[in-house]
Design a binder for this molecule. Sequence first.
Ligand SMILES: CC(=O)N[C@H]1[C@@H](OP(=O)(O)OP(=O)(O)OC[C@H]2O[C@@H](n3ccc(=O)[nH]c3=O)[C@H](O)[C@@H]2O)O[C@H](CO)[C@@H](O)[C@@H]1O[C@H](C)C(=O)N[C@@H](C)C(=O)N[C@H](CCC(=O)O)C(=O)O
Ligand SMILES: Nc1ncnc2c1ncn2[C@@H]1O[C@H](COP(=O)(O)OP(=O)(O)OP(=O)(O)O)[C@@H](O)[C@H]1O
Length: 516
Amino acid sequence: MTLEVAFDPYAPDLHRLPWVEVTDLAQAVGGTVHGDGGRVRGAVIDNRAVRGGELFVAMPGFHVHGAKFAADAASRGAGAVLSDPAGMAFLTDLDIPAIIVPDVASVAGQAAAIAFNRPCQQLSAWGVTGTNGKTTTTYLLRHLLHRVGHLSSLVGTVEAAVGKKTAPAFITTPQAPQLQAFAATTVQENVHHMVVEVSSHALAMGRVDPLHFACVGFTNLSQDHLDYHGTMEQYFQTKASLFSQQRSDRQVIIVDGVWGQRLAEQLERSGQHDFVTLSLTGRPADWQGKIIELDGGFTELRLRAFDGKEASVQVRMPGTFNAINAALAIVMVVTGLSPSPRQLDGDILRHLTVNPIRLDVPGRMELLCEEPRVIVDFAHNPDSTKVLLDTMRISTKGRLLLVMGADGQRDPGKRPILGQIAAELADFTYVTDGDIHEEEPSGIRRDVMAGMKGYEEKFVEVAPREVAIERAILDARPEDTVVITGRGHESIMFTPEGQYDLDDRVVAREALSKRN
Ligand SMILES: CC(=O)N[C@H]1[C@@H](OP(=O)(O)OP(=O)(O)OC[C@H]2O[C@@H](n3ccc(=O)[nH]c3=O)[C@H](O)[C@@H]2O)O[C@H](CO)[C@@H](O)[C@@H]1O[C@H](C)C(=O)N[C@@H](C)C(=O)N[C@H](CCC(=O)O)C(=O)O
Ligand SMILES: Nc1ncnc2c1ncn2[C@@H]1O[C@H](COP(=O)(O)OP(=O)(O)OP(=O)(O)O)[C@@H](O)[C@H]1O
């Protein structure tokens, strides 16, 4: 019997990497070496991931300092430790060398890039950022790159995939050493393009450093993550940093929202003129897109470039927002692969649009049943919830029933706004738990319901989530639509008491089986 080994996208073959002298590495990151010489190949941020010879990147975290695990990393065979003055307290009696720098996060990517033999220099990286649509656009990018003959790896909220191998994701954009490890795996699998979903947290925490993207795209910006960024301005500037020439060669920006327009103006003012703009609402832009609604909830997307090149393609994915995501992905591939952003390769545009675009993205508009229609979707902020409910309303014959909640320990300011959108746009809402994390769930639900004042007859509070999903599905009439938002593809519920398996799709299917 052969045991199948699970694919670990963050564990490239270390034997295929050259050794790096610790003194050279220290010099490159401006660190001082404590202990004798030594050498490393590869890098990890978790002691439990050490296989032998890696640099253990010991960063301070929100809960613990990584250096606390340095001795264990050494016992597992780590070649050296990278840490900071605060971490040194844990490094006494260590029998491997340590590189000490003032701030580990700011050099972790660079150190890991060197330890993995600079994998990103051997591939083209594509990045997508924005509040909504990142995951979907990265899937579309990967699909379209394939259409023009380029295999790519993909790392984002749902999965980390290289070729046909895939592993579930635990975070949207991995920590810098993991991203470099993922790039090394990509290179070792002979894949030359890497598509990255770039979160604002990642940009703020230096997780994509020192990656230089071949092409990046901006979807949109609306309220989210203000618990971390504080203000919309700060959130915007963090996202905007991906579009500087220090970080990316080519940039595509949707300018239909005020933040996209600001991004374009900001780049223009800074003397960066080569970026490409895209509008789907008739605003002045390099690329114009027009979305025509077709029967069945699908769309036809017509694109016209600044040089007169035109294409049209059917997007067989529900919702105009998916046509917008497809437009961004198409323009990114044409922009990224053409000789220059202003000298387009018409063959690429033709190849990309010759066949309809149809792609299932796990937990995004995932259709579980036609009658009643039951959809699981990842919408978990005000804008995506509004866009989703507006979209579903068009094709709902009966009532639009919504199962929703908000996440614990995440941007409490958006909770009443989510409640208000639900109250205004759904016919009936089952207010339940989102991802609880380490917060008391009834308080989260109360925050959501604070936005539903005056609509008391249009919602009910039901917890736990499984019960709310079941109740909505059993209440639904055949002509109704049940939309279950907030967790999409996620399969683990985090609570203060621990974690347990909870997949909305599994719960919904079980409930559907109880309808006679
Ligand atoms: C706030 C934040 O970003 N936290 C991340 C951070 O956790 P932490 O600071 O609590 O880490 P910690 O437990 O204190 O540990 C400190 C260090 O010790 C190491 N360690 C820890 C324990 C151990 O046994 N051994 C060990 O080596 C850890 O790897 C870490 O380097 O380091 C962890 C290990 O990499 C991450 O999993 C964790 O992300 C958590 C899961 C998270 O939810 N992050 C969110 C805020 C996030 O980054 N979200 C964005 C945006 C998503 C979106 O757009 O919606 C994302 O990119 O996912
Ligand atoms: N372009 C868009 N504009 C607004 N809403 C969108 C757009 N694309 C998708 N959505 C909605 O947002 C939800 C999440 O989409 P997706 O996962 O692609 O975005 P994301 O930016 O990756 O989200 P997250 O950052 O939370 O991972 C979808 O399920 C859909 O309801």
